[in-house]
Design a protein around this ligand. Structure first.
Ligand code: A3P
Ligand code: MG
Ligand code: MG
Length: 383
């Protein structure tokens, strides 16, 4: 008697649910080598969501960084927060639309081997140093390129699970999330400062906070020998876009964090820096501006951090993570993934919380591309 997997193997085929398809994260030490080649991310297209979260090509929702006032209460307006409904699965739709438009304009297909949101890459790239949270992604192969999206049902389920956990903090979780968006409103302008009215600049602490609007950059980048096309939100620009497309853009990533008053606070912050760094590194965001707040949400200090200096700083301090390991891990994992996802259908990329490996297997959707790709995108590519 042969198991289904052995039966497929005896025919020289690979069973779609062959569970030996796992990439080991441990031991992490094997990724500690000089860093694999990385390409500098270059923006080749962009899109915006407006105040109603409607899609538009172009940069209409881009914001400009402008130093925020200190000692402001980040909670102000929490009851008027206009919050995006995350229960809707947006798949890769906006990214695919933008790519499609770019391909029509240039008359050729992009050359990426992997297309996804920056947030999906952040998830696996951080996994050598992050094992508290698991993740699930869906992937499909189409025209020699792997398209990866978040498994939205899994995300919804983990959010429900998290909400069930007892919360010991004084301030509710959603309220703290608001602080991050409030800081974005306090530290940015909808136009360069010379074109913004004084009333707007001075009235920023009373501006309504809305996370429906977004600017998203679409870049071509590379990790090891994999070429990626990534889409991701950027919070603000420092000055203005360079005249020449492909030149580095002085993007700004905004973050809030609790003030650092002890070694323990620093250790906590250093661990958070891992995801800050990966997120900014992947889109080529050179500067992260951190708004340090008191425990009850008063903005106390603003600090500029150069993204490229973060790994060296961490390696001089607590060494709670290692940027080279993240890069090499991502390079090896992507190379391996490209040998595994070798056929159509919907694949799952999964790490269970605390697991030393990332599993890759085909779901019961054996053909087609599920809902990862839109008909519009497929029809465009067929022509
Ligand atoms: P902070 O990063 O200041 O906490 P981003 O930093 O990626 O631009 O996201 C902006 C804000 O969205 C965050 O502000 C945080 O409030 C919220 N946010 C982003 N990712 C989140 C997550 N995984 N869980 C909860 N809130 C999140
Ligand atoms: Mg953001
Ligand atoms: Mg931010």
């Amino acid at each position: 008697f042969l198991s289904p997997i052995a039966l497929w193997k005896s025919r020289g085929q690979k069973h779609p649910n062959d569970m030996d398809s796992a990439f080991s994260i441990q031991p992490v030490g094997r990724f500690a080598r000089p860093s694999e080649a990385v390409k500098r991310p270059k923006e080749f297209a962009c899109f915006s969501y407006d105040d109603e979260h409607k899609f538009h090509l172009g940069d209409r929702s881009m914001r400009w960084y402008y130093t925020p006032e200190l000692d402001v209460d980040l909670s102000k307006g929490v009851d008027q927060f206009v919050k995006h409904d995350s229960s809707v699965d947006e798949h890769l739709d906006s990214l695919l639309k933008t790519i499609m438009h770019h391909e029509k304009q240039t008359g050729k297909k992009i050359d990426a081997q992997v297309v996804t949101w920056r947030g999906c890459v952040t998830k696996f790239m951080a996994s050598p140093f992050e094992d508290r949270d698991g993740f699930e992604l869906n992937a499909t192969l189409y025209q020699d390129c792997i398209f990866i999206e978040e498994n939205h049902a899994y995300r919804m389920e983990s959010e429900r699970e998290q909400a069930k956990q007892p919360w010991r903090g004084r301030i509710p979780r959603e309220h703290m999330t608001f602080w991050g968006y409030k800081f974005e409103t306090l530290a940015t302008l909808p136009a360069p400062w010379g074109k913004t009215s004084r009333e707007y600049i001075e009235g920023r602490k009373d501006e309504p906070v809305n996370n429906l609007a977004q600017y998203c950059s679409v870049v071509r980048t590379g990790v090891g020998n994999t070429v990626l096309c990534l889409g991701g939100e950027v919070d603000a620009i420092w000055d203005s876009k360079p005249r020449k497309q492909g030149d580095a853009i002085r993007w700004v990533e905004l973050k809030t964090s609790a003030e650092i008053n002890s070694d323990k606070d620093y250790s906590f912050f250093e661990r958070k820096l891992c995801k800050f760094w990966i997120q900014s590194f992947l889109l080529g965001v050179p500067k992260i501006i951190v708004g340090f707040r008191s425990r009850d949400g008063i903005l106390r200090k603003v600090e500029e951090i150069n993204t490229e200096e973060i790994p060296a700083t961490v390696s001089r301090r607590n060494r709670s993570w290692d940027g080279n390991v993240c890069i090499n891990f991502a390079a090896d994992f992507l190379q391996w993934l490209r040998t595994k996802i070798d056929d159509e259908g919907v694949w799952r990329i999964r790490r269970r919380a605390g697991s030393p490996q990332i599993e890759v297997f085909k779901t019961s959707e054996d053909t087609g591309h599920g809902r990862i790709l839109t008909d519009e995108f497929i029809n465009h590519r067929i022509k």
